[in-house]
Design a protein around this ligand. Sequence first.
Ligand code: SAM
Length: 281
Amino acid sequence: MTAEFGKLFIVPTPIGNLHDITERAITTLQSVDIIAAEDTRHSSKLLQHFGIKTKTIALHDHNEKKRAQHLINIMKGGESVALISDAGTPLISDPGYSLVSACRASDIVVSALPGPCAAITALSASGMPTDRFMFYGFPPVKRTAKQRLFSELVQNNATAVFYESPRRILDSIETLTEVVGGQREVVLGRELTKTFEQYYCGCLDDAINWLNEDLNHQRGEFVFIVSGSGVNKEDIPDEAIQLLKSLVEHLPLKKAAAIVAEHYDLKKNALYQLGLSWNNE
Ligand code: SAM
């Protein structure tokens, strides 16, 4: 740590509800020398609202590497910088990685303020296990890449958290259903912290119906959270796995899983997910 260097502050901003800004975020944004913002025009409204007059500079995906070096030089000169994004926590599906890693490499102190993040907000309200979760950000747009990514979920037993745009939410939920089956539990969190905040909780098949039954359900910003596979191979005896393997050669997976579940007193869905994972191996 070099005392005469300025610091970098990572400052989360509201994801919808302006009251979610913290006192510390406001005072930090007021006291730094420069605010690096993803979109200076977008952030100017927020800064004006809180009476923050600090100079801003743009730092976005297309100029981040170059800008990072410029900001490093500024901090080496003793000035402090705050990084903000359009909404939520910078670096979480937002720019900032190059800047923070460059600060670390240059012995510049990085201090992150806690604050709004859509992924954590939705996860904490989802009712799904939070002891192990995987944050994936936005799924790929292209179909094969999307299918390949979702196939990781077939066996993965951690809760999975995704961001999605209103234009692609239905397609992503449909593709996910094709890959993991329609019975997997999902939570769709839309317009969180805003006037029309809404959570839908149910299985994937029902979520598709819900999205289709009213086009308003596809509007706004989304986080979707997918439950873990329920597959914990250690909990399934070898004989049950062997029986399932033999049965699926002659029966649909659903039926085979139901028979093995009954015979060994196991969870049908765990066996179903295990069987699905063989298709993806
Ligand atoms: N850095 C942000 C954060 O901490 O949440 C995320 C930035 S990412 C570019 C934007 C995406 O986050 C949106 O497309 C949406 O998937 C999700 N998101 C942001 N605000 C949201 C909200 N109020 N409700 C639901 N999802 C939101």
